[in-house]
Design a protein around this ligand. Structure first.
Ligand SMILES: CC(C)(COP(=O)(O)OP(=O)(O)OC[C@H]1O[C@@H](n2cnc3c(N)ncnc32)[C@H](O)[C@@H]1OP(=O)(O)O)[C@@H](O)C(=O)NCCC(=O)NCCS
Length: 326
């Protein structure tokens, strides 16, 4: 019996408005008496700019544009989509899910739609879920989106977090195929590390209770991210029996250039094979991997038949990897 794979047949992305450079951010924070600099941000994170949504822009509105771009590349219409999975921690509403709102926006009437919340690993979790549903024969065509307005969770008085994040959306269309596509996926969590990265606000009696801003132990996140990304990469490479030298592209979560470089070094992946967009987008949480992927597909770096390793890591703690033949 031939194996069914989930194959990427289209990618898309969207970032809102004009870029906010480090210098623009420095100026804005100075008004609050908060000191930072372009040099500090670039040296410690690799980030040069990021994008922020307007009040009227949401995860579903940005996700819609990314999804339409991916559908256009795939050459499919909305009624061919059986499943919409949106990875987000900053959805439009508590419910309905952002995936349902997006389903309505694109008119994917036949689809089942739900959200996945795994913070910055969300896209890998969503992809893993859609892959399993395609492999089991439950669905044929899936839209997987990572979309975030993470700027809404930023505390402008906390320079250790507010310089890091940006907004955006990325999407892929997966379709059942006999040809190799997703070769191996692994996802993991460790709730014992929930204290190192969180946003603790809750709705209670109709009001926000607690602290909805991002709280982070930067150094603990850094160390765990490098170790766990290395471990899960080896897991999927071994599962697919692919030697690391055969890997064409490495697309890790775009949080910090130093995490990306350390993860690549641990794996022995040369810098030329690493796709980087953190300089341009900042950390867009669940949107970061599909944003970087779409950029490299559209600029012609990623070619059909090549292998790529996608990786997420973030709050939960959560992490995961997907090894894919494009
Ligand atoms: C946040 C991070 C960039 C901080 O870099 P770092 O090298 O660990 O820096 P430290 O936290 O040790 O801080 C060093 C100094 O810079 C200062 N600093 C922090 N943020 C600053 C900023 N935006 N501008 C200027 N100085 C800053 C600190 O106050 C500290 O000053 P001190 O030495 O006088 O106390 C780094 O820890 C990191 O990237 N961690 C991972 C975060 C992440 O990726 N989160 C999302 C994961 S999904």
């Amino acid at each position: 019996m031939t194996q069914t794979y989930a194959k990427i047949i289209g990618t898309g992305s969207f970032v809102p408005n004009e870029p906010i450079t480090n210098d623009m951010l420095v100026e804005r924070l100075a008004k609050n008496g908060i000191e930072t600099s372009d040099q500090w941000i670039q040296e410690r994170t690799g980030i040069c700019q990021r994008y922020w949504a307007n009040e009227g822009q949401t995860a579903s509105s940005m996700g819609e544009i990314a999804a339409r771009n991916a559908m256009e590349m795939a050459g499919i219409s909305a009624d061919e989509i059986d499943l919409v999975v949106v990875a987000t921690s900053t959805g439009d509403m508590l419910f309905p899910s952002t995936a349902c709102l997006l389903q309505s926006k694109i008119g994917a009437k036949k689809a089942a739609a739900f959200d996945v919340q795994a913070a910055c690993s969300g896209f890998i979790y969503a992809l893993t879920t859609a892959n399993a549903m395609i492999q089991s024969g439950q669905v044929k065509t899936a839209l997987v989106v990572g979309a975030e307005v993470i700027s809404r969770l930023l505390d402008w008085n906390d320079r250790t977090t507010c310089v890091l994040f940006g907004d955006g959306a990325g999407a892929v269309i997966l379709r059942a195929s006999d040809e190799p596509g997703v070769l191996s996926c692994r996802i993991h969590s460790d709730g014992d590390l929930s204290h190192i990265l969180h946003s603790k606000g809750v709705i209670y009696n109709g009001a926000i209770k607690g602290e909805p801003f991002i709280g982070m132990d930067g150094q603990a996140v850094f160390k765990n991210a490098v170790t766990l990304l290395g471990d899960v990469a080896l897991e999927v490479l071994e599962d697919a029996q692919l030697p690391v030298e055969k890997l064409d592209w490495f697309i890790p979560h775009q949080a910090n250039i130093r995490i990306i470089q350390a993860a690549a070094k641990r794996l022995n992946v040369p810098v030329e094979k690493v796709i980087v967009s953190v300089n341009e987008h900042g950390n867009t949480s669940a949107a970061s991997v599909p944003l970087a992927l779409d950029k490299a597909v559209r600029d012609g770096r990623i070619q059909r038949g090549q292998t790529m390793l996608l990786q997420g890591v973030g709050g939960g703690f959560t992490w995961g990897a997907a090894l894919i033949q494009y």
